[in-house]
Structure formats: structure tokens, C-alpha cells
Design a protein around this ligand. Structure first.
Ligand code: B4P
Length: 194
């Protein structure tokens, strides 16, 4: 089964993707993680990626699609793929559709995690505080200013995907406001309904 986890920053896409990896042996493809790895490479591309991410904006489609294409060529995805934070634009959605066709794979469901802005701010600011208190590195985009820009990017560039996948009959919208376990249960139900 191949699924997309869609939702605003802090909706819990990464959190739920990790649960699915542990419980169902699926392969998580997180463009956020790939870009965080790219930014440490010290290359021109990595430096450009770092600047864009820290501002809270979206990295260009060609870079992100290139990273996904490379990763799909490496993983066999036997347990199915979880696209975590990808696609985030209509161009990325079109590219993913073509990649899946080339691989002879289907998209089974697009799971939208619905979380209101106040809860998102609380989670992201909370994550930054927890990391700082534990002496761990704080993500450079986990602050209120970057988050405001990340939310704007979501509503402007990513939310049109809700209508795009609804029209295809793939969209399953769930409440992302419960506990991590409650959200996981809703995702399991949405996947079972496929
Ligand atoms: P991502 O790494 O994808 O991260 P995210 O959207 O900020 O968060 P996510 O929804 O995964 O939330 P998480 O589970 O971590 O993107 C970061 C940046 O990378 C983007 O801003 C952009 O610049 C770039 N990027 C990535 N993909 C791109 C693409 N395709 N195109 C262009 N640019 C791209 O959860 C957040 C917090 O909430 C955690 O502290 C967690 O513990 C907590 N939490 C989770 N679920 C909870 C729950 N149910 N209850 C309470 N807390 C919860």
C-alpha cells in the first residue's frame, strides 16, 4: 500500500509515518529528512536548501523531486511507501503520479491530518522548548516567525492538493488533534477502508 501523509507543519506527518514504519514495515520517504541531510553536505545545493528551510519557505520542486526520484530508485518499497511531506505543490503531485506509473505502482490513499493553527504553534514551539531544555539541537525553522511563513506556504502552495486528491477519490481527511495513538487509530481505519 502506498500512501501520502498531507497536512500543515507540525500536523504530525513525521510522527505518524514513524509509527507506520514500526508497525507495518512500510518505507518512509520524508522530504523534510532528506533536505535536512542535504543541508549538512556543505555543497552549494545544501547551502541553498538551508537558507530556504530556515526562512520557512518551500525548497524548489526540481530539487525535491530529484531527491524523491533518487530515493525511489534505491528502495524496493516492498511494504509500501509513505510519502511524508511530499508532494507539497501541484507540480510535485504531478511528478509523483508519473513516477508511480513508471514503477507500475498505485497510490492507495492520501491521508490529510487536520490540525488548527493554534495547536500547530503550540506543538512546534513546544518541540523547540523541549529540545533546548534537553540540550539537543533546536530545528532552525522551529520558531514562531518561520512557522508563520511555513503556514502561509502551506495554505498557498500545498492546500490546493486537498481538492486535487479529493477529485481523484483518494482523499481521506482525519482529525489530527487527538493523542498520537488516537490519530494512529484514525489512520489505520482510513487505510483499512481502501
Ligand atoms: P517537514 O520535515 O516535512 O516537517 P513539518 O511539516 O514541519 O512537520 P510534521 O507534520 O512532520 O510534524 P511532526 O510529526 O514532526 O518539513 C520541514 C521543511 O522542509 C519545510 O518547511 C520545507 O522548507 C522543507 N520541505 C519538506 N518537504 C518539502 C517539499 N516536498 N517541497 C518543498 N519543501 C519541502 O510533529 C511536530 C511536533 O508535534 C512534534 O514535536 C511532535 O512530537 C508533536 N506531535 C505530533 N503529533 C502529535 C499529537 N497527536 N499530539 C500532540 N503533539 C504531537
Amino acid at each position: 500500500m502506498n500512501i501520502i501523509l498531507l497536512g500543515p507543519p507540525g500536523a504530525g506527518k513525521g510522527t505518524q509515518a514513524q509509527k507506520l514504519v514500526e508497525e507495518r514495515n512500510m518505507v518512509q520517504l520524508s522530504t523534510g529528512d532528506m533536505l535536512r541531510a542535504a543541508r549538512t553536505s556543505g555543497t552549494d545545493m545544501g547551502n541553498k536548501v538551508a537558507e530556504v528551510m530556515d526562512r520557512g519557505e518551500l525548497v524548489t520542486d526540481d530539487i525535491v523531486i530529484g531527491l524523491i526520484r533518487e530515493q525511489l530508485a534505491k528502495d524496493d518499497g516492498a511494504g509500501g511507501y509513505i510519502f511524508d511531506g511530499f508532494p507539497r505543490t501541484l507540480a510535485q503531485a504531478d511528478a509523483l503520479g508519473r513516477l508511480l506509473i513508471d514503477m507500475g505502482e498505485n497510490l492507495d490513499a492520501v491521508i490529510e491530518l487536520q490540525v488548527d493553527d493554534d495547536a500547530l504553534v503550540g506543538r512546534i514551539v513546544g518541540r523547540a522548548k523541549e529540545a533546548a531544555a534537553a540540550g539537543q539541537p533546536v530545528r532552525a525553522d522551529d520558531n514562531e516567525e518561520s512557522l508563520r511563513i511555513r503556514l502561509m506556504a502551506y495554505y498557498k502552495q500545498t492546500s490546493p492538493l486537498v481538492g486535487y486528491y479529493y477529485a481523484k477519490g483518494d482523499l481521506r481527511s482525519i482529525n489530527g488533534l487527538g493523542s498520537m495513538e488516537e490519530v494512529a487509530e484514525s489512520i489505520a481505519k482510513a487505510m483499512a477502508g481502501k
